[in-house]
Design a protein around this ligand. Structure first.
Ligand SMILES: [Zn+2]
Length: 64
């Protein structure tokens, strides 16, 4: 079975889960575009601007 990658509507974290592993209650969306990989959130200007605290892959845009 093909795995579908989804993105959290709140933090944009990319996951295969239907709910965000960080936010729990927050539903993820299968409709998202582009992604960035953050390995050192505290050293990344992009992560800082997007308020990303956890390392991982994040979508650039998530359709609500
Ligand atoms: Zn989230």
């Amino acid at each position: 079975m093909k795995q579908i990658y989804r993105a959290c509507k709140k933090c944009k974290l990319i996951t295969t889960e239907k709910n965000c592993p960080i936010h729990g209650e927050e539903k993820t969306s299968a409709e998202w575009f582009g992604f960035i990989i953050i390995t050192e959130p505290r050293l990344s200007a992009i992560a800082n601007r997007a308020e990303i605290l956890e390392p991982g892959s994040y979508a650039i845009k998530v359709r609500q």
